[in-house]
Design a protein around this ligand. Structure first.
Ligand code: TEU
Ligand code: CA
Length: 508
């Protein structure tokens, strides 16, 4: 028996950028509620919401200041409940982003902890008298001097995102309560932010540095992490039929896959596959994933998120046929797919043209560090444009607009509605097909890589994905009926002519 999430196509929604329902230029639950029918029409069965909790939004909600409420920018608790009910009514489940590695420095727990070295909450965070060499994942030292109490606190991301001390059982107990609260609210599971970063170490060894670049060795995946991951997964599973997906900060398959399965979370994000810089390694990586997950566990499948350039630019070079090729791979392969909002209409990157247009803390840090490094403003801007995650965060381009009254909180991209309609129809057809038993089967019947041509059989369907130039393929299957394709194929009893970047599903 398959679990619901094994048959579900998920859709990631970046909270501030999906739909503004109250006319202040920021996406919110009212806007989301209006768009549930759109998501139902697309056919997705699950939504991942990025953090919607109260937050000073240094990192757009990944700096939580209260785990038990809704940020006023996004609406009220009642708005959230109405949205979840509407999604459920359409057969769509909703999972929440849980950021439990760190909290905002504005969180009451941290405000208490920084009152004095003897405060009861002091040990809920990580303090040292002298910093080691650890760098924040956004750049710069991961230690910040707290003048009033005379110690450094640890922050693996922005200065305003202070790490919780998971070595303290009180912290854990508090976080279990947070999980319970949201499951009781009716959410269907969690996406767990940087969940292998939980600082369990007591050693604080310096990280090795190679070619001026720090390797994050002792600030993640620490001893005890595997057991902790298993415990988190088990606790949530024990509560019912919920889904957990872990964000593992790594692009190494071996590090990512070990946290997925019965002794960990349900699945973990495969950054080795989804966030690569070019198409070149995709087939080889899928081949590796196919072997690793042949034991019945499932990988994740995605080509975009709020943390990376959109696949339209990064992987498809702005070509519709390539975007459709990638969509076909993501929605027919073995794994749990995550569509990033806007991808289904071929949305392109937004590139801030000046620092005034930059919103992402990672891009802003990169800019400041480049200036400190002696770069000119022009050069620093180029570095920031490379690093900024604003690219994928432009508002969704709805026919009626993102907001009916206000200018959006971040720059918008020029819509191409004709392209959007073609892409949407293609995604819709793929998602409909994916719901058939054939694509829910674990693994592949045949999986073959021939240069840049990838073919596999799932159930009664043959999927051919040509990542290279036009070519022929021997027809080993006999009668082939075309079900969905991005290009016209010539098929006879002996061969199939595949144009460059052809993607086709045949019924065999
Ligand atoms: O991301 C963690 C993470 O590893 C990325 O921020 C990474 O450093 C970056 O994408 C490299 O370009 C998660 C969230 O997805 C991200 O939005 C948050 O900023 C981060 O955690 C901190 O909570
Ligand atoms: Ca709004």
């Amino acid at each position: 028996m398959l679990k619901w999430w094994q048959e579900t196509v998920f859709y990631e929604i970046y909270m501030p950028s999906f739909k503004d329902g109250n006319g202040d230029g920021i996406g919110d639950f009212k806007g989301l509620l209006e768009k549930v029918p759109y998501l139902a029409e697309l056919g997705v069965g699950g939504i991942w919401l990025t953090p919607f909790y109260p937050s000073p939004k240094v990192d757009n909600g990944y700096d939580v200041s209260d785990y038990y409420a809704v940020d006023p920018d996004y609406g009220t608790m009642a708005d959230l409940e109405a949205f979840v009910a509407e999604a459920h009514r359409h057969g769509i489940r909703v999972i929440a982003d849980m950021v439990v590695n760190h909290v905002s420095t504005e969180h009451a727990w941290f405000k208490e902890a920084r009152r004095s070295q003897d405060d009861a909450k002091r040990d809920w965070f990580v303090w040292q008298d002298a910093p080691n060499n650890w760098e924040s994942f956004f750049g710069g030292s991961a230690w910040e001097w707290d003048e009033p109490t005379g110690q450094y606190y640890y922050h693996s991301f922005a200065t305003e995102q202070v790490d919780l001390n998971w070595a303290n059982p009180e912290v854990e107990r508090e976080i279990w309560k947070v999980f319970d609260f949201w499951l009781d609210k009716g959410l269907d599971g969690f996406r767990l932010d940087v969940i292998n970063n939980l600082t369990l170490t007591q050693d604080f060894m310096d990280n090795p540095v190679a070619d001026g670049c720090q390797r994050h060795i002792f600030d993640k995946d620490q001893p005890g992490m595997m057991a902790k991951m298993a415990e988190i997964g088990a606790r949530i599973r024990a509560r019912g039929d919920y889904f957990t997906v872990g964000e593992i900060s790594s692009d190494n398959l071996a590090e990512i896959e070990r946290y997925a399965g019965a002794d960990g979370l349900d699945v973990t994000f495969n950054f080795n596959f989804g966030s690569v810089a070019s198409r070149d390694g995709i087939i080889a990586e899928l081949a590796r994933m196919q072997q690793v997950y042949a034991d019945g566990r499932m990988p994740t499948l995605f080509f975009g998120s709020h943390d990376m350039s959109r696949s339209w630019n990064r992987l498809a070079d702005g070509r519709e046929d390539v975007a459709q090729l990638l969509a076909m791979l993501m929605l027919t392969a073995h794994g749990v797919p995550f569509v990033y909002f806007g991808e289904e209409i071929g949305m392109a990157d937004f590139v801030p043209e000046s620092t005034r247009e930059m919103r992402d803390v990672q891009g802003i840090y990169a800019y400041e560090l480049a200036l400190l490094d002696g770069k000119s403003e022009r050069e620093a801007l180029i570095v920031a444009q490379e690093k900024t995650r604003d690219k994928a965060r432009a508002p969704m381009t709805w026919p009626e607009g993102f907001s009916d009254k206000a200018v959006a909180w971040i720059g918008e991209v020029t819509p191409d509605f004709a392209r959007g309609q073609r892409m949407f129809a293609f995604y819709q057809a793929l998602i409909a097909l994916r719901k058939t038993a054939d694509f829910c089967e674990p693994g592949y019947r045949e999986f073959e890589v021939d240069g840049e041509l990838l073919t596999y059989v799932r159930g009664d369907y043959l999927v051919c994905l040509n990542f290279g130039a036009a070519r022929e393929m021997e027809n080993k299957w006999g009668d082939l009926t075309e079900v969905l394709a991005n290009r016209h194929m010539v098929v006879d009893a002996n061969r199939v002519v595949l144009p460059a970047f052809a993607a086709v599903i045949f019924k065999i």
